[in-house]
Design a binder for this molecule. Sequence first.
Ligand SMILES: [Zn+2]
Length: 368
Amino acid sequence: MNKNELIMLLRDADVRKKIIEVVRLGAKIPASNFTGQPSLKADLLFLLADEDIRKELLNILRSPEKISAPTTSAPKVSVQTTTQPKISVPNVQPPKPAAQPQKSVMANGADMDIKSLREKIRNRITQRAAAPPPTVEVKQEEITDTNFTYIAEKVCPICEEKTRIVQCKARLVADTRDVDFCMHYKDFNPYLYTIWVCEKCGYAAEDNRFLDRYADRVRKSLREFLSQNNFRTPFVEIRDVETALTFYETALYFNEEFEPSAGRQAGLYQKMAWVCRIAGDTVKEKEYLLKCAELYEISIDKERYPIGKVSDNFAMYTIGANYFLLKDFEKAAKYLNMIIGNSNLRSTAPKLYEKARDIWQDIRSMRK
Ligand SMILES: [Zn+2]
């Protein structure tokens, strides 16, 4: 269609009527039922009955000032830019935030890095909660005793139903132990199984936290939250790194929302670092070691110890050991000095004391 053809058409009574109809009736009218012969006029009338075209025309009439002056080059006119076709939004309920989550003790102390990592985890978790549970094919013969794990049955403290839990066998003997107490076993990564997950409601927590009772109010809101959001995952006996990290993230999420504790989160990050170390992913390992150290630094300042089985001295040692592993020797020495400087620890926690002294001496000899 050229300019003259359009001008001719705009003078046509039917076309003018149609344009007036657009102005009077707006975007929505029944779909065009024009059945005339194919022609420019027929095309135009047909297009003027289209909701998107009508919207665009109304936009032009309502805000003429937005039309830019013509340029010598071909103006970029695109009906699509202002009248995007409706994107069909999947019918997904965004997960509701937990009912009145407690104030986070880290709210002011955490640095931006921790906040952004938390945000990343929160996004992943809420996306996961909105999606249907993944189907994982589990062969029957896999659900047996393995060389390293066995299946136990526990009662979930949140939904109070029975759930299967994968536990590591107690007899396992470690080959080596790192300065931060990460244990290495031949052909087995025990930290893949640290998080217990309820197969009925999806509640996830560290093994030494899972069975502990929450205050009634917290348990109620957690239960309500889990019933409204889909955290259920099919039970699998053998976990890979990705599955394990997802469970850690879920546990971090529940901690953050329902019982925020920098100390407990630090412990989770430490084991996530170990999962990655054993799997050979040093980039992620370092990221998690740093989170762990930073959260323990916040925690020993603000939280009461012991937290679970972790003493304040262990937390302090871990900060020192993590910074040592991250080659931030200045920070490492600062925290290890606090252990070595406490002469009581020589008798009350001799192993921790000795290990702190060993690392400290390593740092000193490296600095020479
Ligand atoms: Zn449950």
